[in-house]
Design a binder for this molecule. Structure first.
Ligand code: F6P
Length: 324
C-alpha cells in the first residue's frame, strides 16, 4: 500500500482535526502518500480529493470542526453514487481509506468496501458516544463539557427565580451525553431514549420539591421516548397544574458540536488516527480502530453499527441516588 486517503463524514465532532492530523503524519512517517477527501462521501463522488502534507495539518489540533469538512450524503446511498466514488479513488491511485465518523459513516464504508474491496479502517468521530468497540468516541468529552458549562449557568438563573428548567442536549438515539450532563450538572432528572421515561415520577417529585429547593434541572436527550424537552415540559406542566411553578426550556443544540477539543479528545483522536493507518498497513479492513481499557482495539464495522453500546447501570443508579 502506497497511497491512502482520509475523510470526515456525518456530524462533525471536536477532535476530528486531531485525528486527521494523526492520520496524515502517521502515513508520512510510514512512507505513504496521503490524500484528503473533502466533504465526506459527497467529495468522494465529486472527486474533491487533494494531496496532504505534514504542513497541511499544522496548527489544527486545537480547532473544532473539521478541516476536511463534512456532509451527510444521500447520493452515496445509491449504487451509481458509490460507483462514481470508486472511479475517483481509482483515478487517484488510492489503495486504502481512513473513514472518520459515526454509525452512518461506517454503514456506508462497510457497503462500499464489500462492493469494491478498497480496505477501509474507521475512527470513531461522533459526539454521541454510541459506537460499540470503543469506550469513548472522539468529541464526546468536549460536547459534555460544553453542555455542562451551559447547565451550570442555567442553574444560577434557575435558582435565582425558583424555576424548573428542561434542558435539551443532543442524542437522537443515545443518552450518553444526557447521563454525563445529568450527573455532572447535578440534575434532578435525566431522560434518555434507552429507558422508558416515567412522567408520573417526575410530576410527583416536582409537586413535592423540598421547601428549600424550589428550582430544578431536568436534562432531556433530544430523542427521549416522551418527546423533546419542549414536549415533555408541556406534559409535566399540564399535569402539575400549579400557577406558582415557573417552567422554562433551553435547547443547547449545535453549540455542543463546536469548540476547542478537550485534552482527552485530542489524545483519543490522535491515537485512533495513528491506529487506523497502522491497521491498514497491517492488512486490517472493514473495521474501526477504537480504544478500550487504554488499549487500541479493532472492531468489525458490522459490530460497531450492529451491536448496541449500553448505558452503564452504575451511571443510571448514581443519577437516581444523587437526585433525592
Ligand atoms: O450524530 C451527532 C449529532 O450531533 C446527534 O447528536 C444529533 O442528533 C445530530 O447529529 C444532528 O445532526 P445535524 O447537525 O445534521 O442536524
Amino acid at each position: 500500500m502506497k497511497k491512502i486517503a482520509v475523510f470526515t463524514s456525518g456530524g462533525d465532532s471536536p477532535g476530528m482535526n486531531a485525528c486527521v492530523r494523526a492520520v496524515v503524519r502517521t502515513a508520512i512517517y510510514k512512507g505513504l502518500d496521503v490524500y484528503g477527501i473533502y466533504r465526506g462521501y459527497e467529495g468522494m463522488i465529486e472527486g474533491d480529493i487533494k494531496k496532504l502534507y505534514s504542513h497541511s495539518v499544522s496548527n489544527i489540533i486545537q480547532r473544532g470542526g473539521t478541516i476536511l469538512k463534512s456532509a451527510r450524503s444521500m447520493e452515496f446511498k445509491t449504487p451509481e453514487g458509490r460507483k462514481q466514488a470508486y472511479d475517483n479513488l481509482v483515478a487517484n491511485g488510492i489503495e486504502g481509506i481512513v473513514a472518520i465518523g459515526g454509525d452512518g459513516t461506517f454503514t456506508g464504508a462497510k457497503i462500499f468496501q464489500e462492493e469494491y474491496g478498497i480496505p477501509t479502517v474507521g475512527c470513531p468521530g461522533t459526539i454521541d458516544n454510541d459506537l460499540y468497540g470503543t469506550d469513548y468516541t472522539i468529541g464526546f468529552d468536549t460536547a459534555v463539557n460544553t453542555a455542562l458549562e451551559a447547565i451550570d449557568k442555567i442553574r444560577d438563573t434557575a435558582a435565582a427565580h425558583d424555576r424548573i428548567f428542561f434542558i435539551e442536549v443532543m442524542g437522537r438515539d443515545a443518552g450518553f451525553i444526557a447521563v454525563d450532563c445529568g450527573i455532572g450538572g447535578g440534575a434532578e432528572f435525566v431522560m434518555v431514549p434507552e429507558t422508558k421515561t416515567d412522567l408520573n415520577k417526575v410530576v410527583k417529585s416536582m409537586k413535592n420539591l423540598r421547601k428549600n429547593k424550589s428550582s430544578s434541572i431536568v436534562v432531556v436527550a433530544e430523542g427521549d421516548d416522551e418527546g423533546n424537552a419542549e414536549v415533555i415540559m408541556n406534559k409535566v406542566k399540564e399535569r402539575i397544574k400549579d400557577e406558582n411553578k415557573d417552567f422554562k426550556v433551553t435547547t443547547l443544540g449545535h453549540i455542543q458540536r463546536g469548540g476547542s477539543p478537550t485534552a482527552r479528545d485530542r489524545v483519543l483522536g490522535s491515537l485512533c488516527g495513528m491506529a487506523a493507518v497502522e491497521g491498514l498497513l497491517d492488512g486490517k479492513m472493514n473495521c474501526m480502530a477504537g480504544v478500550m481499557n487504554q488499549q487500541i482495539v479493532y472492531t468489525p464495522f458490522a459490530d460497531c453499527i450492529g451491536k448496541e453500546k449500553l448505558l452503564s447501570n452504575e451511571h443510571l443508579k448514581l443519577m437516581e441516588i444523587l437526585s433525592i
